[in-house]
Design a protein around this ligand. Structure first.
Ligand code: C2O
Ligand code: CU
Ligand code: CU
Length: 478
């Protein structure tokens, strides 16, 4: 079966929003897609990896003429790609060379909250270096790192503080998937930006409480990119790293592709499709087979009607590898008996956004769940079905499974582990959530302006035998 639709509710597409900013086809000459270098460890043993991640100011050449002032992780804009290995003890120096405080949030990583997780309670002040240690304990996946200070996550991500974090493991190693980084295993961070006078960003000028957008699409920070295809099969690790934008991806000739991974790792089975829609913070890994093209051909990845990246076909060796029908097993634990369903509403739009009717408060713990319990959460988007928005619901520190949409089946590409799920206006989505570690974790809408605007709450994962108290920051102590 080949799926040929986007699944999400069409009336809720961001294109219907009054403030929607359409992407324009770039007039800049095509440029090679930037492939971020891999962050090299400071030191590595069989059991331990040591890294330094530096948040820094820089300037980046996006457009002809003036460079743009940007921020990045060990890079000018975005960052170097970080690779972790499941089972390894990992030690990271988090260095802040910016003029303001930031935090380093490991989106999709199963690490203790709230400090290692790097949400708003873990500031690193300018000129300082914090240190974290954790054991990587989850399957191979495409995750990411981004800034998360309250309430300026959106401005810091807009300046460039986001980068891909790839987790590897022995299971994924055995699958017939491309994994030669930069050659046939390609990160693609999708974002949009507005360029103002002298090619500068101006977040304030572009501000919209429903999410900031720009006219120019960037892939890994490249305007109008092309990629030279030198292998028959190419794996794309796509991240919606934009503040607000949804991406409705398809090839200009409706080339079929296979989705093999979602936020939390490899899917149980490949899903064959010609279209895929991504909401903010979601990751999709797809495998594209270019076997029917000739050297010199070009096929273009589009979002709606805008070209995003041109794939220029070069000579390659024939590759008859096919994907198995079964890829990995997804844990399916029964919900813990007698637990009430946790009900969450995602309310409002613009400045009115809230979770369960409340704005975020850094010092308030909104909910508690026993570590190891498997709980059903029911998330309802209370926006009107006529003019509401899709709210991408994200939980820190866990990978959940999506159980149902309005009591019915989930989308065909939602059978793997997820940490972010798009909830349509008027829709109720049930997910199954388990925390394996204790800590205070945030959950929120991942339209970053909604998150900064208060559509966010926090839950304590607790161990009754080892009660903990947390030093929660407030805006004033920051
Ligand atoms: Cu991408 Cu609170 O996270
Ligand atoms: Cu997160
Ligand atoms: Cu939202």
């Amino acid at each position: 079966k080949v799926y040929t639709d986007y699944f999400f509710d069409e009336p809720a597409y961001n294109t219907h929003d009054g403030g929607y900013i359409p992407l324009v086809t770039s007039k800049v000459d095509p440029q090679p897609l930037a492939i971020p270098p891999l962050l090299q460890p400071d030191r590595q043993t069989d059991t331990d990896d040591y890294y330094t991640v530096t948040a820094q100011e820089s300037e980046t050449q996006f457009l002809p003429g003036k460079k743009t002032k940007t921020w990045g992780y060990n890079a000018g804009f975005l960052g170097q790609t970080i690779v972790f290995r499941n089972g390894k003890q990992t030690h990271i120096d988090l260095q802040n060379k910016l003029p303001e405080l930031t935090t380093f949030h490991w989106h999709g990583l199963n690490v203790p909250g709230p400090i290692t997780d790097g949400g708003c309670h873990a500031p690193v002040y300018p000129g300082q270096t914090n240190h974290i240690d954790f054991k990587v304990h989850q399957p191979a996946a495409t995750t990411w790192l981004h800034a998360h200070p309250c309430p300026s996550t959106a401005t810091q991500v807009w300046k460039g503080l986001a980068t891909m974090v790839i987790i590897k493991d022995d299971v994924e190693d055995q699958l017939p998937l491309p994994r030669n980084y930069g050659v046939d295993d390609i990160p693609m961070v999708l974002q949009d930006r507005e360029f103002h006078e002298d090619n500068q960003f101006d977040y304030r000028a572009d501000y919209d409480p429903d999410g900031v957008q720009g006219h120019t699409a960037l892939v890994n920070g490249t305007v109008n990119p092309y990629f030279d295809v030198t292998t028959q099969r190419v794996r794309l690790r796509i991240l919606d790293g934009s503040n607000r934008r949804e991406w409705r991806l398809h090839f200009n000739d409706d080339l079929e592709f296979a989705q093999v991974g979602s936020d939390g790792g490899i899917l149980p089975a490949p899903v064959y499709m010609t279209k895929v829609m991504m909401t903010c913070a979601e990751r999709d890994e797809i495998v594209v087979d270019f076997g029917n093209y000739q050297p010199g051909d070009e096929v273009t990845l589009m979002t709606d009607d805008t070209p995003l990246c041109r794939f220029r076909i070069k000579a390659f060796e024939p590759d008859d590898t096919t994907l198995p029908d079964h890829l990995v097993d997804i844990p399916d634990e029964a919900p813990t008996a007698d637990l009430p369903v946790r009900k969450i509403t995602m309310d409002g739009m613009d400045d009115e956004v809230a979770l369960n009717g409340k704005k975020f408060d850094m010092e308030r713990i909104d909910a508690r769940q026993k570590v190891g319990d498997v709980a059903i959460w029911e998330i309802r988007n209370t926006n009107s079905t006529e003019n509401g928005m899709v709210h991408p619901f994200h939980v820190h520190g866990t990978q959940f499974t999506v159980l149902s949409r309005n009591g019915g089946p989930v989308y065909p590409n939602e059978h793997g582990l997820k940490d972010t799920v798009g909830v349509n206006p008027g829709e109720t989505v049930r997910i199954k959530v388990k925390f394996e570690l204790t800590g205070v974790y945030m959950y929120h809408c991942h339209i970053i302006e909604h998150e900064d605007g208060g559509m966010m709450a926090q839950i304590e994962s607790y161990d009754p035998e080892h009660p903990q108290t947390y030093h929660l920051m407030d805006m004033d102590t920051l």
